[in-house]
Design a protein around this ligand. Structure first.
Ligand code: CA2
Length: 144
């Protein structure tokens, strides 16, 4: 059975509590529960982790090697800054889908740059919480 890690970065623990106009009203717990439910329907084991700390995200990516078939990563603001996350992804050689709730290309210019994009198999952005299901389908399709 394939197993996916759904990894969320800084401030995403605040989802559903503030800025609903940008990030929607769904909480991270809702999203994580829905990922597990959708994974079960598709025959995928899903584990979820959120951290506000760059090094913990790096550790989670390293630990995913040998445990998970792939990673769905919303790196939050670290997307636009973190060479460490990019290097971690390159080092584990696991398929990674870059995910964002908002359309980062339609927002401030600093969000148009992603250090993750070049080492991800693809990017999903702008579909809100529904993007996580899209990412599960995309990762599953990639592995088949
Ligand atoms: O659109 C996304 O998913 C982002 O990864 C979210 C990040 C942002 O820095 C990226 O550019 C795009 C920010 C997450 C902050 O989440 C909050 C949720 C509720 C209230 C405040 C922040």
């Amino acid at each position: 059975m394939p197993s996916f890690l759904v990894l969320n970065g800084p401030n995403l623990n605040l989802l559903g509590t503030r800025q609903p106009d940008v990030y929607g009203t769904t909480t991270l717990s809702d999203i994580e529960a829905d990922c597990v439910t959708y994974g079960t329907e598709k025959g995928i084991s899903i584990s979820c982790l959120q951290s506000n700390h760059e090094g913990e995200l790096v550790d989670a990516i390293h630990a995913a090697k040998g445990t998970f078939s792939g990673i769905i990563l919303n790196a939050g603001a670290y997307t636009h800054t973190s060479i460490a996350l990019r290097d971690a992804i390159s080092s584990v050689e696991l398929p990674v889908i870059e995910l964002h709730l908002s359309n980062i290309h339609a927002r401030e210019e600093f969000r148009h740059i992603s250090y993750i994009a070049a080492v991800a198999i693809g990017q999903i952005c702008g579909f809100g919480a529904a993007g996580y299901r899209l990412a599960i389908d995309a990762l599953l399709g990639h592995l088949k």
